[in-house]
Design a protein around this ligand. Structure first.
Ligand SMILES: NC(=O)c1ccc[n+]([C@@H]2O[C@H](COP(=O)([O-])OP(=O)(O)OC[C@H]3O[C@@H](n4cnc5c(N)ncnc54)[C@H](OP(=O)(O)O)[C@@H]3O)[C@@H](O)[C@H]2O)c1
Length: 319
């Protein structure tokens, strides 16, 4: 079969022949219709992800949409290594295949779950967003950040402030429900002032961070108090991505002067939580409330596609 085959970390995969998978106990063969190319696919293959592989050759791609031998159309994840989603066929545990509503097209069904479920779980499961709470999204102009703005509103957030760099993208975020925007392309001083202004008296109860690096530092500096005071607002800061940098400097004063909790997102939540989030995201996709911009790319072009810098939409690989 044709597959996006990776031979070593740091090299793009190539479209090559790869042996067909054979299903074991509790596994199913998926005839793949589409698989999205996500930041995590590049991080894994580039060697920068904590879960980067060690054994080669392998097929790239962590999730996608296809049909089972009985014809059922499913979203799937977690192909058994060395198989992956970017191939004509793959093999997954039956428990990792989920029916797709007929209203959701293949491109959306392949591309939306990773960023959409991530945004949903980050807000609902990790941040435990309570309706009415104020939310700041750092990196709101990205594929996942845009979905997080919309998901925050769907979950009943109060004020949602969206921060990003790209002006054109920032100018569209009110359509997703953003109440205010902050441009991250500013000096640390200007950025700090913007965070203070938009936090207002009520503050941000939830921050979803897709960027880390200097914007996260500027935010933490902005909420650091300079005097003793009664706690009026707690902030749950959830770390999800590192588009602006892999590390920050974290002065102790940030943690000693504020009621800040920094939360991680690694790992897979309990199955019932994951399935519930996936079903909700697919239902909102079926109703048209959650959308994702996609671009179809034939599997044969994977080597070029892998090296393209694509902003604000997902490439969807079609085997
Ligand atoms: N752990 C998970 O479950 C999970 C799931 C999804 C995403 N993520 C991670 O979250 C991050 C964003 O994902 P995505 O899908 O939204 O990616 P994306 O579509 O490529 O968006 C990247 C975002 O980061 C911003 N950005 C890039 N470089 C920056 C810089 N130097 N300074 C400030 N902002 C910068 C972009 O802003 P502009 O476009 O405005 O320049 C944009 O908002 C990635 O690190 C990804 O791996 C993690």
């Amino acid at each position: 079969m044709d597959a996006a085959v990776l031979h070593a970390l740091g090299k793009p995969p190539r479209c090559e022949q790869f042996p067909d998978p054979i299903a074991g106990d509790d596994e199913v063969i998926v005839h793949v219709h589409a698989a999205s190319l996500k930041p995590i696919d590049k991080q894994l293959a580039g060697g920068s992800h904590y879960a980067s592989p060690h054994d080669f050759p392998l097929v790239c791609g962590s999730d996608g949409v296809g049909h089972l031998s009985d014809g059922q159309r499913v979203f799937f994840g977690g192909a058994r290594a060395p198989y992956g989603a970017m191939a004509q066929r793959t093999v997954v545990r039956r428990a990792f295949s989920f029916p797709v509503p007929q209203e959701v097209d293949d491109e959306t069904a392949a591309a939306l779950p990773n960023p959409g479920v991530s945004a949903w779980l980050t807000l609902a499961f990790r941040a435990k967003l309570v309706p009415g709470e104020n939310v700041l999204i750092l990196g709101a102009t990205g594929v996942t950040g845009k979905l997080a703005v919309k998901v925050a509103k769907l979950l009943g957030a109060g004020r949602v402030v969206a921060a990003g760099r790209n002006q054109q993208a920032l100018s569209t975020l009110h359509l997703l429900g953003a109440d205010a925007i902050i441009c991250l392309d500013a000096s640390a001083k200007e950025l700090g002032e913007a965070f203070v202004r938009e936090a207002g008296q009520a503050g941000f109860q939830v921050v979803i961070d897709y960027v880390w690096g200097s914007p996260a530092e500027a935010f933490l500096a902005a909420i650091t108090r300079k005097e003793f005071g009664v706690i009026t607002s707690e902030t749950r800061f959830v770390q999800v991505g590192e588009s602006a940098g892999p590390s920050i400097s974290l002065p102790a004063a940030v943690l000693r002067s504020t009621a800040l909790t920094i939360l991680g997102t690694a790992g897979i939540p309990p199955r019932n939580v994951l399935v519930d989030a996936l079903q909700k995201v697919m239902a909102h996709a079926a109703s048209g409330e959650l959308r994702i911009e996609t671009e179809r790319v034939p599997l044969a072009d994977i080597e070029n596609a892998w090296q393209r810098d694509v902003q604000r939409r997902r490439l969807v690989i079609i085997p």
